[in-house]
Ligand binder design. Sequence first.
Ligand SMILES: Cc1ncc(C[n+]2csc(CCOP(=O)(O)OP(=O)(O)O)c2C)c(N)n1
Ligand SMILES: [Mg+2]
Length: 396
Amino acid sequence: MSDDVVAQAPDDTAPATHEPPARDITDGGPEMVQFLDSDGRRVGETEANRAYASYLEDVDADTLRSLYRDLLLVRRVDSEGHALQRQGELGLWPSLLGQEAAQVGAGRAMRPQDYAFPGYREHGVAWCKGVDPVNLLGMFRGVNHGGWDSNENNFHLYTIVIGNQMLHATGYAMGVQRDGAVGSGDPDKDTAVMAFTGDGGTAQGDYNEALVFAAVAHAPVVFFVQNNHWAISEPNERQFVIPPYQRARGFGFPGVRVDGNDVLATLAVTRQALERARSGQGPTLIEAFTYRMGAHTTSDDPTKYRIAAEVDAWKAKDPLDRLRKLLVAEGLADEEWFTELDAEADELAARIRTACQQMPNPPHEDMFEDVYVDPHPLVERERDEFVAYHASFEEA
Ligand SMILES: Cc1ncc(C[n+]2csc(CCOP(=O)(O)OP(=O)(O)O)c2C)c(N)n1
Ligand SMILES: [Mg+2]
């Protein structure tokens, strides 16, 4: 354990400041797994990445291009969501800007049978799991109560209650164990569960309880913490003293810090963790070291609590730029290819924009649907009362 990655305890007596943080928050330390540096150069063997190199052996030119395609299309979906909110079409949008590689690396490592439990910012994971982005927009437009059938793509509904999905994921993973879908050796059957949260989520009771349960149950779950350095306006120093990847050991399973802006490293590390889970070796915690480039949501103004220099420092670590540089340097994609991809992104944006604008407003009584799996007399009575109450206005 190196000292430089251990955060300092907060000094509550210090006045609020807009000065840069005392330590370099762009440096993930020597234990961080990286395969592609900020300049798009491949990183040679290091102590940290050695154990993961074999998980990238099948990553050829096609795979690299398709990873870049996912990163770019996900960024385009995100910017369209932001624009739609600004134009009054959505109530809210939480941007994933800067976290594309963390999410695409993780999402692409998953097999169809693996189940994801997201927070509310995991648009990139949703994309990789095959969820139509239109469904995400529907939720933030407020025209449905979740947005999609979780079991269609094994991508659970967004969870706004911070850290809560860690418990859902762990419980689901314990169910997977009871179904005998762990350690059977059948690659189409063995299943892992992924739980996504943020740096702020690690301070929640639910998160810590889930990690204890997962450890003692030896559950097939991978906890994926996107450390984007901010929990709304609260920095890492307010969430933990020991970073999340080092805390995993205290719960009883391995933790690894990965460069979350490096899609290759994230892919490799997540593949390894999922394989461990599927084969019955228990949980892993992955801390993706990344940065929230935008506001917390469209309701937030980060200029009130963080300095521009910090954002600029992270801009130089952009996850798309570095893979684009690699593709160009290794002659795997030319300008024409990038132009065609931009056109595909524009088409995608136009499709989801139109679909969003045309979403019908649901009948109000729809909110009583899907509360329980089976019909419930209390919910039915409440729905009838609600419908009768609304009908009374029409009569008046
Ligand atoms: C239990 C709970 N407490 C507080 C909130 C309000 N809240 C919404 S997002 C957020 C910060 C979460 O930060 P982090 O886990 O780092 O995720 P990020 O938004 O950075 O992706 C908070 C406190 C909430 N949604 N749920
Ligand atoms: Mg955060």
